[in-house]
Design a protein around this ligand. Structure first.
Ligand SMILES: Nc1nc2c(ncn2[C@@H]2O[C@H](COP(=O)(O)OP(=O)(O)OP(=O)(O)O)[C@@H](O)[C@H]2O)c(=O)[nH]1
Ligand SMILES: [Mg+2]
Length: 536
């Protein structure tokens, strides 16, 4: 038999690179191919992706290295370049060789998973002699002490960790990203890096320092909206078809992960602290507490689930450039909270197979979908627009979108409210009402831009409205005819069901023509706005 080349060690793979010379985004073709081989060899069908994004220099990569340590111990199996192995493979202690537990491990309540790979977290640490390796040559996501930013582009760990999501096995991938809101990033870089992370993650961890804050929510919204627009634009040539006609939210779980949360009382238990975390998020989500829930409402429309966790500060010592990685300095409280956090997010209840528009991503489709998304972002590459142009395009497009949805919802509700069709005069009355409502909605939202721009958008809205009303009218007439021709109750119900089905086809879902048409324009608008946010 031909000799196999030695397998590469497990390491982070850079799937999105930034070419600094041309300032463009480059796809890591070889890296994606390697990932694909790992997934196909994993023996499971579905994939879950945990991605971390957030401002630069906030300990994202460091946290991912802790996640790696956790997974090496706690996953059922690990799939990598060497095939599939049981977790904890090859570690001292696992084979019965007793190792001495340092006193501080017991004193500080350090979880087993955190110290099994060595009592210093050195893997991935960047120093003067390059990137350090841990015990047994273990590697990690690259992190760096100090002020200078470290991670560039998007990285995926080359191993997949097999865990339970509900009662099925999934291959968990970990994804690290470049720090956000860095003034050196160009428009294409930021749109691609954060949009892509949002699209690929089944759990998007938004790492924030100290507290959530409104501006952080607003910033996140720009990128998720951009990702949503790219998703719509990409629908036309997708390999994944929507699972059903039901409206599906584009993304799964968004989690705010607050680092250095200063408000836990000494020795507070995680259970008692959970209420505090939730009330922190509620300050922004609950209309009874928050004055402005607009942005978070938009996020709620895009994500199935919004979650929160707050970690205390690990220790001031680790912020120093000279910290040697020793885990001895980390406070007991940090261990308590990080241990429970990882149990939660990697436990079978929270872990979810990644779906795109309701269809699960499989080990066979994962990399094809990843590449498609990268292409979608390239196609939607932002055009040079001034800030006011961008605001004008995006606000009036959004106003038009919102008004049309209002009209559809109203007519749909009327159609569903009774099993009988409306009399023609009655339909016209309802339609007139709905049109007035939609117009008013548009006027209340299209506030930004020139008279000319707004009235152009208004004209376009009128055309859309006419077309929609015509469709509903025809549908109503069909139902009316059916009811007039003396059908039995059963067949009448069938016709009504067809009608409702037809109506639901017309709602503005991800794959509908209207959404596709405007999404490209929208994405130009969003991106230009996003750009200004970053630069200003
Ligand atoms: N204050 C604080 N510092 C941390 C925490 N976790 C890690 N650090 C330190 O933060 C510094 C930056 O860590 P990285 O993991 O490289 O940060 P990053 O967010 O990945 O940085 P970029 O990739 O440059 O965006 C290191 O010195 C870590 O030791 C934390 O929870 N709080
Ligand atoms: Mg980093």
């Amino acid at each position: 038999a031909a000799k196999q080349p030695p397998a590469a060690p497990a390491r982070p793979l850079q799937v999105i690179k930034i070419d600094l010379e041309t300032n463009s985004v480059v796809v890591g073709e070889d890296e994606i191919r390697e990932l694909e081989a790992t997934l196909r060899g994993s023996g499971v069908d579905k994939v879950a992706v945990v991605g971390v994004m957030g401002a630069f220099r906030t300990g994202k990569s460091f946290l991912l290295d802790l996640m790696l340590r956790y997974m090496r111990e706690k996953a059922l199996k690990v799939a990598g370049p060497q095939g599939v192995q049981p977790a904890g493979f090859g570690e001292q202690g696992a084979e019965g060789a007793e190792c001495e537990v340092p006193e501080w491990v017991l004193r500080n309540g350090v979880p087993d998973w955190a110290v099994r790979c060595g009592s210093s977290l050195v893997e991935g640490r960047e120093g003067p002699d390059g990137i350090a390796e841990g015990d047994d040559g273990l590697r990690g996501f690259q992190w760096r002490p100090g002020m200078d930013k470290c991670t560039e582009g998007v990285w995926v760990w080359s191993e997949a960790f097999i865990c339970k999501a509900g009662d099925e096995d999934v291959a968990v991938l970990l994804l690290d990203t470049q720090g956000a809101w860095d003034a050196r990033m160009t428009k294409e870089q930021s749109a691609t890096v954060f949009g892509l992370t949002t699209l690929m993650a089944s759990r998007l961890i938004y790492n924030v320092s100290k507290q959530i804050q409104q501006d952080k929510i607003d910033n996140l919204l720009y990128f998720t909206e951009f990702a949503q627009a790219a998703l719509r634009a990409q629908q036309g040539r997708s390999v994944v078809a929507p699972a059903s006609d039901q409206r599906v939210r584009p993304f799964q779980t968004l989690e705010f992960l607050v680092r250095d949360w200063p408000h836990y009382p000494d020795k507070s238990s995680v259970d008692s602290a959970r209420a505090m975390m939730i009330s922190h998020l509620d300050q922004y989500m609950d209309p009874k507490v928050s004055e402005d829930t607009k942005s978070i409402d938009s996020l709620s429309d895009m994500f199935d689930n919004i979650d929160v966790w707050c970690l205390p500060h690990p220790s001031l010592t680790i912020e120093r450039d000279a910290w040697n990685g020793s885990l001895e300095v980390i406070e007991p409280q940090f261990w308590r909270f990080v241990d429970r956090y990882l149990d939660k997010i990697f436990g079978p209840e929270a872990l979810q197979a990644k779906t795109t528009l309701g269809t699960p991503l499989t080990v066979n489709t994962f990399t094809a979908v990843l590449k498609q998304f990268i292409v979608a972002f390239k196609d939607a590459a932002p055009q040079a627009q001034t800030f006011s142009e961008a605001m004008e395009t995006s606000t009036s497009l959004l106003a038009r979108d919102s008004a049309l949805q209002k009209l559809r919802k109203r007519l749909e509700e009327e159609a569903k409210s009774s099993s009988k069709a409306l009399e023609p005069e009655q339909f016209e009355r309802v339609a007139k009402d709905a049109i007035e409502e939609a117009e008013a909605d548009f006027r209340s939202k299209a506030l930004y831009g020139s008279e000319e721009g707004i009235s152009k958008a208004n004209e376009a809205l009128k055309v859309d409205v006419k077309q929609e009303v015509r469709r509903f009218r025809e549908e109503n007439e069909r139902r009316l005819e059916a009811s007039l021709s003396n059908l039995t109750d059963v067949s009448l119900a069938a016709v009504a069901a067809f009608g409702v089905d037809k109506v639901s086809d017309l709602t503005c879902d991800w794959w509908s023509g209207f959404c596709r048409d405007i999404s490209t324009d929208l994405s130009f608008g969003y991106t230009a706005v996003a750009l200004f946010v970053i630069y200003s």
